[in-house]
Design a protein around this ligand. Structure first.
Ligand code: GLY
Length: 426
């Protein structure tokens, strides 16, 4: 079986790596892939753009691709699934209409409201003045969200009315036509990613990401600086509630709107101090870096699950099986990220990190004359597993210390919510 993975992040490297563990998979082709997928045995990169649907379809048809797995939200929101399905291809990922759950915050909030899915109170504005008046009336802290894809920069948790006002003005100035203003809820954020075939839902193990650049969850928002799985805060009883009160009703609400949603439904949840789950956002894809911490624990062959979703027969699949223990992923970023950063620095030490038992997933990297170079803000993710949470975290940090590139930065407190504030690995 040959599988095509669309995307170039750590998530896509992790997907390709996991798929290639199955005897049934001959080859994984990544479009466009990165320096890691270029050097993974059984994997090959194809330099096409993720929005070149015609080129992707042509390649997939000529090369008998059994399944196309779409990683990022952009091609999904542009309708890659609709296009490839029309060409007769099997695709894992929702259609353009389904991807609105991520590409339009307003649409997603309305869906949740009408289906009775718990989510913070909100109001929607198409003019800055009205939005600012609302912010002033509500007070801070308050959350300002762009209605549209914003590459991780569309959500501002404003600590003051002035900050919220600046956020509103800058979003409208940057071309967003609609903003959502949302009540700020406190608690612990968790990511629950579920596979769905549009009817059945199978949650994966819960994960926790670290969105801020700085230790102690300070500084600017990033795509995610590290993750672990499973997240102990999500007990089996809470997971049952998340499935019954959030995931299943959302898929049902999508179906009632005529949307046959086949792919990942990623619920970004806040677990309130009272222990109740509420939806901060939905994403229409695998999370990154969460996927780099979830997949190393998965025992069921990944392609069986993805094909079952694409062919709407998830109900017939046996329960998903998992390895015991924890997986922890620490992201190494380029100096300056999430702001301006340099590219083209030589990366060394990956072999040594892997000799210690870790798996290094590449993200912003490229292979040039047989050298692995930095090529993005989040450069790589070092994942290690362990029987205990502490073991997994300690092994990831031991391994990341083997890796070098100029200006390499990583957070030293991944896992602090579990281990208590102030944890610094030795
Ligand atoms: N880690 C956050 C995301 O994938 O959106």
């Amino acid at each position: 079986m040959k599988i095509l993975v669309v995307g170039n992040g750590g998530r896509e490297h992790a997907l390709a790596w996991k798929l290639l563990q199955s005897q049934r998979i001959q080859q994984v082709v990544c479009i466009p892939g990165n320096g890691g997928t270029a050097t993974t045995k059984g994997c090959q990169n194809l330099p096409l753009r993720v929005d070149d649907f015609e080129g992707i379809a042509r390649f997939a048809l000529v090369h008998n691709i059994s399944l196309v797995v779409v990683g990022p939200e952009l091609p999904l929101s542009l309708g890659i699934t609709d296009y490839l399905q029309q060409q007769g291809l099997t695709v894992f990922g929702p259609t353009k209409e389904g991807a609105r759950i991520e590409s339009s915050k307003y649409w997603a909030k309305t869906l949740m409201q009408s289906a009775g899915i718990p989510t913070p109170q909100f109001a929607v504005f198409t003019e800055a003045e009205a939005a600012i008046a609302y912010v002033k009336a509500q007070g801070a802290p308050i959350v300002v969200k762009a209605d549209g894809l914003a590459a991780g920069k569309g959500v501002i948790v404003a600590a003051s009315v002035e900050e919220a006002q600046t956020a509103v003005e800058s979003l409208f100035k940057n071309g967003f036509k609609t903003v959502v203003i949302e009540e700020c809820v406190t608690g612990q954020e968790v990511s629950v990613l579920a596979l769905t075939d549009g009817v059945s839902v199978r949650p994966l193990l819960p994960a926790q990401d670290h969105k801020r650049i700085g230790e102690g969850d300070t500084g600017e928002n990033t795509g995610g600086m590290g993750a672990y799985c499973p997240a102990p805060i999500v007990t089996p009883a809470l997971m049952e509630r998340i499935e019954q009160e959030i995931l299943q009703p959302t898929v049902e609400a999508l179906r009632q709107r005529g949307i046959d949603y086949r792919g990942v439904l990623y619920a970004g949840l806040m677990i309130t101090p009272q222990g109740n789950p509420t939806v901060l956002e939905f994403n229409c894809r695998f999370g990154d870096p969460e996927t780099q911490a979830i997949l190393p624990l998965l025992e069921t062959p990944l392609e069986e699950l993805l094909l079952a979703c694409s062919q709407q027969r998830l109900e017939q699949m046996p329960p998903i099986t998992w390895k015991s223990g924890t997986a922890a992923c620490v992201i190494a970023a380029a100096q300056g990220y999430p702001g301006v950063y340099k590219k083209g620095d030589v990366i060394t030490g990956i072999d040594q990190a892997e000799e210690l038992g870790a798996t290094v997933f590449c993200a912003g990297t490229q292979l040039k004359q047989q050298q692995l170079l930095t090529d993005g803000g989040r450069v790589l993710g070092v994942t290690a597993t362990g029987e205990t949470f502490d073991e997994a975290i300690a092994s990831s940090y031991k391994a990341i210390k083997c890796i070098q590139f100029e200006g390499m930065y990583y957070r030293k407190d991944i896992g602090h919510r579990v281990r208590g504030a102030g944890f610094l690995p030795s």
